[in-house]
Every structure is written in C-alpha cells, then in structure tokens.
Write a protein that binds this ligand. Structure first.
Ligand code: APR
Ligand code: PHB
Length: 391
C-alpha cells in the first residue's frame, strides 16, 4: 500500500490531522490499535478552549459541537469556606470555553472521515516504523492477522503517550522532561444533572475535588486519591461521601447524586519530549507531551500541534518548501510549555500534597487568596484557561 501521510493513532490528534489534510486534497491512512467502538466511548476530558472550538467549526466540524456543546463563561474556585468566580467575560474580552466530551469530538471526526471515504483502519497491531530517515519511509503492521506495509512521504505519530512512535526515535536523540505527582484522580461519570451552571474546582482540607459535566443530564466528578490506590477500595458510598465533604463547603450548595455509569483512577504526570521530529516522523499530541488534567489542556494542546502540523504539510505539498516542517517543533513547544506551566500551576494550587511542609501550605493559601483578590491574578488564570490564539 501507498499513501502520502501515514497517521498512527485515531485519537483527536490523528483524526483531525487526517481531516484537515483531506480538505486540502492530501491523502492519508489512519491506523488505530483499538476498535471504533472503543475509541468512541473512551471517557476523557471535555473542555474545549475558544481557539479549539473556532478551529473545529472552521474545519466544518461544528454542527453537533455548536448545537450540543455547552458554552461556559466562568469557573468557580473553592477553598476553606471561600468561593471565587473567575469571570471569563469580564477578564478575557468575551472569550470562553465549551463543554463537549473528547469522545464526542472523536465521534464527529470518525463519522466525517468515513462519509468522505477517508481510510481508517481499526484493530491493527504490531505497528513498526521502518526507516524514518529515508525519503520514502514505510511502516509495517498487522490487520486481521495479515502483515502489511505502507510506503509514504511522512509519518505522523499521533498514538498517545503509550504508543510506538516516540519510542521509534533513538533514545539518545530524545530530549525528555517529566514530573510525577504524588496523587491521582478518581473520576466518575454520573447520570444526574449538574449541581452548578459552571465547573467547581475545590481545594479542601481532605484534598482536591472537581465538579464538571458533559450535558444537562450527565455530570463528571473527580476526587484526588492516592496514585497506588485501587478502584476496588472505593465503594460508591465512599466516593459520594468524599465528594460531599470536599465540594459542599459553601452555604446552600448541594451536590446532586445519581447512578455512577463509569469510574476509574488516572495517574497524573507532566511530560514533554522536545524531539517532535525525527527525519520523516513527526509527533503530535499525547505522543509528545502530557499534562496533569487540572485545567483540561490535554486535548487542546493536541489540537494546537495538529493545527501547525497540517499547515506545514500543506505548505510542503503546495510549494515544495519544508520551512514550516523545520519550524514545527519550535512553534509547538512554545504553546506546549505554556500549557505545561498552567497545568502544573493549577495542580499545585488546588491539591493537597502529602509531603507538604507547613511553609508550603501557607504559600498555597497565600496564592489562593491572591488569585481570588487580585484582578491581575484572576485575569492571568482566566487568560490561560480559555487559551491562546493559534498564530
Ligand atoms: N498503533 C495504533 N494506534 C495506537 C497505538 C499503536 N501502536 N498505540 C496507541 N494507539 C492509539 C490509541 O488507541 C489512541 O486511540 O492512538 C490513539 C491516541 O489517542 P489519544 O491518546 O487520545 O491522544 P491524542 O490524539 O494525542 O489526544 C490527546 O487525549 O489522553 C487524552 O488528555 C489527552 O485530551 C488529550 C488527548
Ligand atoms: C472534565 O470535565 O473531564 C474536566 C474538566 C476540567 C478539568 C479536567 C477534566 O480541569
């Protein structure tokens, strides 16, 4: 088989890249190790920055997003008995966020690609990148038990943090940065209407909690837990008790319970592989970087990479110039490190650190008070939360 761009991974990064390239007449094949049903139902975050919504809408992917997505104009931060609203309208010249689950973005992309006869191969295995430094690289893989090869011009590694693409770059060429956190998030999806119109981030004495949502009838809640903990240790009663305790810290606010549809523990890590290009292989999204989920930057950063990568590939085919491919990494890294900093900042601000000294605890309280009392500090948080323009 042969194609122009071989894309590994059918998450938001790989699917959007294939869609944006198709709109410019560039052909790709997307290989995905899981089934279509699996990727369409995998529960992930659900906050889209303004720039992400604009990009998706301009790319013809806005139909369901603009109808079913829930525009939000602020978030609430709670600590001690305090509550503070970060007002996006006032602090960001009217920018906002839209609540729309990542799997909904994935569903929209898959149905659009398939309607346009895009080539998506699900349930592939043993993907191997054969010669990323050659002019005509290739990959081998198995589908239905048969080994296949695809020759192409470029390979896009969009296969997430645990994929094969990043590890195909020789170790001595990879420049990695990482940080682990001494806690994880236990997330639940609930069949119940949201208890607030906006997201509530709580730093309570027993640890962090977040009240979020997916639709007017489905909520998503998170609680900080030990990274070594197992989901079996968390009965539904224990989860609800922790959520009530951590979130119900202001008068008259009650968390609405409902049937728990899904529950899982996710570890938290910051990671950046600064080597996003190796010959004909380019990394995008979680394959190159991950953030802790506080602030919901993961999918937005993946989409930002793909925005730059698609422009660079289009320019190569339209003009023969690799100028934008050469500056791809540098452009992405500016936004990535901004997102890394913000996600680390929000995580540090809102979690209970098990090893924290009284000095560090006082610093955290001082920062929380500053964010809530200073317009400049609130503005900075709001500006980062709604995200920056793609340049
Ligand atoms: N071969 C083919 N596909 C693979 C392989 C492989 N060897 N390894 C992983 N994949 C697939 C995964 O099954 C997944 O569907 O690659 C896809 C990667 O998708 P994501 O993990 O969603 O990554 P990305 O598209 O970069 O989107 C980033 O996902 O994890 C969240 O918080 C993150 O919201 C962010 C977003
Ligand atoms: C979510 O709704 O899943 C979500 C919202 C905000 C975050 C992280 C996750 O910071």
């Amino acid at each position: 088989m042969q194609t122009q761009i071989e894309i590994i991974g059918a998450g938001p990064a790989g699917l959007l890249l294939s869609h944006l390239l198709a709109r410019k007449g560039i052909e790709s094949i997307v290989l995905e190790s899981k089934s279509r049903e699996y990727v369409e139902n995998r529960v992930r975050a659900g906050v889209l920055e303004q720039g992400t919504v604009n990009l998706l809408a301009e790319a013809g992917l806005g139909e369901r997003l603009l109808k079913e997505g829930m525009p939000h104009h602020g978030i609430e931060i709670r600590f001690g008995a305090n509550s503070h609203r970060i007002d996006f309208d006032e602090l960001t010249d009217g920018k906002g966020i839209t609540i729309y689950g990542q799997q909904e973005v994935v569903k929209d992309l898959i149905s659009t690609r398939l309607k346009e006869n895009g080539k998506l191969l699900f349930e592939t295995s043993d993907v191997e990148i054969l010669n990323p430094l050659d002019d005509k690289p290739a990959i081998s893989f198995k589908v239905d038990g048969t080994e296949q090869q695809i020759q192409c011009d470029l390979i896009a590694g969009c296969d997430g943090f645990h994929g094969v693409s990043r590890n195909s770059i020789p170790e001595e060429k990879r420049k990695n940065f990482s940080r682990d956190y001494p806690f994880a998030w236990l997330g639940i999806l609930v069949d119940a209407p949201p208890s607030s119109a906006e997201l509530v981030y709580a730093n309570s004495t027993s640890g962090f909690a977040l009240h979020s949502m997916r639709s007017p009838s489905i909520t998503r809640n998170y609680i900080q837990c030990d990274p070594e903990d197992s989901i079996e240790n968390w009965s539904n009663d224990r989860i609800w008790q922790a959520l009530h305790d951590r979130l119900e810290t202001v008068a008259d606010w009650k968390l609405v319970e409902g049937e728990i549809i899904e529950k899982a523990i996710t570890p938290m890590r910051s990671f950046v592989c600064e080597t996003m290009r190796y010959g004909r292989l380019l990394l995008a999204g979680d394959a190159a970087h991950i953030v802790p989920p506080t602030g919901a930057k993961g999918m937005n950063l993946a989409i930002s990479d793909v925005n730059y990568l698609s422009d660079a590939i289009v320019k190569r085919y339209q003009t023969g110039s690799e100028e934008l491919l050469d500056s791809y990494t540098e452009k992405c890294l500016r936004r990535i490190w901004r997102g890394e900093h913000f996600s680390w900042y929000m995580t540090s601000l809102l979690h209970k650190f098990p090893e924290s000294s009284p000095f560090q605890e006082r610093l955290q309280s001082a920062e929380l008070e500053y964010v809530c009392q200073s317009q400049a500090a609130s503005r900075s948080l709001a500006e980062n939360y709604v995200g920056f323009k793609f340049k």
